[in-house]
Design a protein around this ligand. Structure first.
Ligand code: IMP
Ligand code: MG
Length: 180
């Protein structure tokens, strides 16, 4: 698997340090949340980020899951986001924090935001580990961002290509001949 990597963009240590900082930023916003914080991770890409992030949060929290697929199969070209699994769990009147791996066009977050808002949460914010540059206006922005990265297709730390490489501990760029 490591042989498929052309370049490491973010080392595991850098990611962990930044996730710890993000947890601090998030805690500062929600420390007085009396309804309780509910994190909604967008599966599958956000799982590693989620697992590390929630273990750095000192307050009580709940999870509600949603599964959206944007890049089905061996492609680096986004399709229209498709709902694979509807939201689990109750979020009415809760403080909801959406968690995703990466913000690109914003279509995924826009889709999930409107699904969440229909269920009348008390508040709704968004955390992403990575953000790509985007030309023009995104339909949504993120409230918490780990890293701004170059406009490259990246894998690792939850992010996949054809459902592989999620278990790489760092964020990396694949050798270009693998992604044709
Ligand atoms: P958006 O809808 O264009 O903002 O794309 C966001 C979704 O596409 C994320 O939830 C990811 O699952 C996926 N995605 C976007 N860029 C990448 C990438 O570079 N590597 C892997 N997945 C990506
Ligand atoms: Mg995703």
């Amino acid at each position: 698997m490591q042989d498929d990597v052309e370049r490491i963009l973010l080392e595991a240590g850098q990611i962990h340090a930044r996730v710890r900082e993000l947890a601090g930023e998030i805690s500062a916003v929600y420390e007085n949340s009396d309804t309780g914080l509910t994190l909604v991770p967008i599966l599958s890409g956000s799982i590693i980020f989620l697992a590390d992030l929630i273990r750095e949060l000192p307050m009580k929290m709940r999870l509600a899951l949603i599964h959206i697929s944007t890049y089905p199969g061996a492609t680096t070209r986004a399709k229209e986001p498709r709902t694979v699994m509807e939201l689990t769990g109750n979020i009415a009147d809760r403080d909801v924090l959406l968690v995703d791996d990466i913000l690109d066009s914003g279509r995924t977050l826009a889709r999930v935001r409107s699904m969440i808002l229909e269920r009348r949460p008390r508040s709704l914010r968004t955390a992403v580990l990575l953000r790509k540059p985007f030309h023009g206006m995104r339909p949504v922005e993120a409230d918490f961002v780990g890293f701004d990265i170059e406009d490259l297709f990246v894998v690792g730390y939850g992010l996949d290509f054809d459902d592989h490489y999620r278990n790489l501990p760092h964020i990396a760029v694949l050798r270009s001949e693998l992604m044709t």
